[in-house]
Design a protein around this ligand. Structure first.
Ligand code: 5GP
Ligand code: MN
Length: 336
């Protein structure tokens, strides 16, 4: 691993930079990527943000969004940017498998790779690492990377601030998760002073649903929610037919699992969805319950203690049965 000081030195000269982030980018993925993008373009670098897949419309308003390349749509051009880059920033993920085929393109690239992330157990593919699992969002790390490592506070303009605010707001559950320390609130205050308008950003992200999305949510809660009282666990399963019936788009399923977790006494919630290529699980938990352990052990995934995900090649019914069959192993933790 190289010293961040030598990265700082590299960044004093214009570089060809690619910024990438994880599969199906969320608010923190896009916010940290475009926040860093809007910082670096002020220094004369050539910067391209490349996402492995598409991302929700409610994130498509951020400054710099028009310049983002989606790997699955613009594969050859995106691969060319990676090939020609001198630096690749990998944000909000720490294993190359999280970015699908783009992962091997980046592994093979001659560029130095910089990981900026807050997930557990990073894979060793990077040359520079700015990593802290205590950060509530990667966007928080981008803020401290810019201000504390690069001493670039004066470049935190409105564009940078709006993106980083979005990342911190979304990954902290609108400033309510335990990682939302007083230091986070101070950073957020600085971002507001730099031009991020808190209520407007919240509205753009959270009050921006299609009517169909809300009806889909209603369907999940009224028809598909199952509460396993014996295990203080709630499960919502969704078939591909239901995704089609409600015209569910990228991002529309985000947050549904949190409603299941909001039931009094429920400590673990699962959202299990039948995607075209595989079954995807999202787990959320309260307190000490290690949702990431279940994802890692059984569902080819991982994540944070209270928010984790994974996937399986089995069918929806099999995955749901498997998930339920695991619960007795965790019963003592679930019924405390
Ligand atoms: P979500 O449930 O919103 O898809 O993901 C929640 C968190 O779980 C993400 O922030 C990420 O840390 C983790 N996660 C989701 N899916 C996967 C996966 O397939 N592999 C790994 N390693 N982590 C995942
Ligand atoms: Mn994140």
């Amino acid at each position: 691993m190289l010293e961040i000081a030598s990265l700082k030195q590299l960044l004093t000269q214009p570089q060809k930079i690619v910024i990438t982030t994880h599969h199906k980018p969320d608010g923190d993925a896009m916010g940290s990527s475009l926040g860093l993008y809007n910082y670096l373009i002020q220094q004369g670098h050539h910067v391209k943000v490349i996402t492995p897949t598409d991302y929700p419309d409610f994130l498509a308003w951020m400054p710099g969004n028009g310049d983002v390349l989606i790997y699955t749509t613009d594969t050859a051009l995106a691969a060319k940017y990676v090939d020609e880059a001198s630096l690749v920033f990998c944000l909000d993920f720490n294993t190359l498998s999280r970015i699908n085929e783009l992962g091997e393109v980046i592994r093979a690239a001659k560029a130095h790779k910089v990981m900026i992330d807050h997930h557990l157990e990073p894979e060793d593919f990077d040359d520079y690492r700015y990593w802290d699992i205590n950060a509530c969002a990667t966007a928080q790390l981008i803020y401290t990377f810019i201000t504390e490592e690069l001493h670039g506070e004066k470049y935190i303009n409105k564009d940078v601030a709006e993106c980083l605010y979005t990342g911190i707001m979304t990954d902290s559950g609108s400033f309510r998760f335990p990682g939302t320390t007083s230091a986070v609130h101070r950073i957020v205050a600085n971002l507001m002073d730099a031009g991020a308008v808190n209520w407007r950003i919240h509205e753009l992200v959270y009050s921006n649903s299609s009517e169909e999305r809300l009806r889909f949510l209603g369907h999940c809660l009224s028809e598909k929610l199952e509460v396993l009282h014996e295990f203080n666990t709630a499960v919502i399963t969704v078939t591909s037919e239901e995704l089609g019936r409600y015209h569910v788009k990228t991002g529309d399923t985000e947050g549904v699992v949190n409603y299941a977790l909001s039931i009094t006494g429920v400590r673990l919630a699962a959202f299990i969805v039948e995607r075209p290529d595989r079954v995807k699980l999202s787990l959320r938990s309260k307190g000490e319950f290690p949702a990431n352990e279940i994802c890692k052990k059984y569902f080819n995934g991982g994540g944070h203690r209270n928010a984790a995900g994974g996937h399986s090649e089995l069918n929806l019914q099999q995955v749901t049965d498997q998930f339920k069959s695991i619960l007795p192993e965790y019963k003592t933790l679930l019924i405390q």
